[in-house]
Design a protein around this ligand. Sequence first.
Ligand SMILES: N[C@@H](CCC(=O)N[C@@H](CS)C(=O)NCC(=O)O)C(=O)O
Length: 218
Amino acid sequence: MLTLYGVYRSRALRPLWVLAEAEIPFTHVPVTQAYRLAEPLAATAPLNTATPAFLAINPIGQVPALRDGPLLLTESLAICLHIARKFGGALGPASADEASLMENWALFAATAIEPLSIEILYVYRDKLAETPTGEGIVKIAAQKLARPLARLEAHLQGRNWLLDRFSVADVMVEECLRYGQPYAPLLAPFPNVARWMAACQARPAFQQVWAARNAEPE
Ligand SMILES: N[C@@H](CCC(=O)N[C@@H](CS)C(=O)NCC(=O)O)C(=O)O
């Protein structure tokens, strides 16, 4: 049985979505980020990323983590790839080349998208979007995202999904790009990307994990 550590309001949402897509049974341990703990959240989160019990699982003290028998993984996108490859049927690769393609999209998401989109997320999370500093950070991040987004836009021309079907590649790239969505103008020049994001987020499994996320305390 798989055990996934991490609340829905974290990068654990990525593997939780993959698990929901493929209806894979698993044990969920909702570990909360220690930095988010303040009353009343603390009362509902006895296990958090700073507790010794969790640090024994992931010494970096971050979620998600996945245990699959003797295997322990602590990177969200590696966890997504592992679940999809081993248990995910068509969500995972059907050939060695597809496995390479999915890894390519994982690294694109982690290196070209997430470091910039998360800058946008932090500005909105910290309610700085209306300040000159916040506006500056968002505009620069959006400018830098234009290049990877143009690449994504061209790839999605005439395609519904990143591969020839919905797969873990879509989950990984969508989830990394979602952090930039609070800045509405971000996707305006990229209609294929906007259409694909909407299609990803309309999937019943995404809706299911998103509802679970929204049911958690902020
Ligand atoms: N590279 C890691 C980053 C994980 C990460 O930053 N997790 C955050 C939650 S989304 C966390 O656990 N933060 C708690 C902390 O850093 O103390 C991954 O993608 O799995």
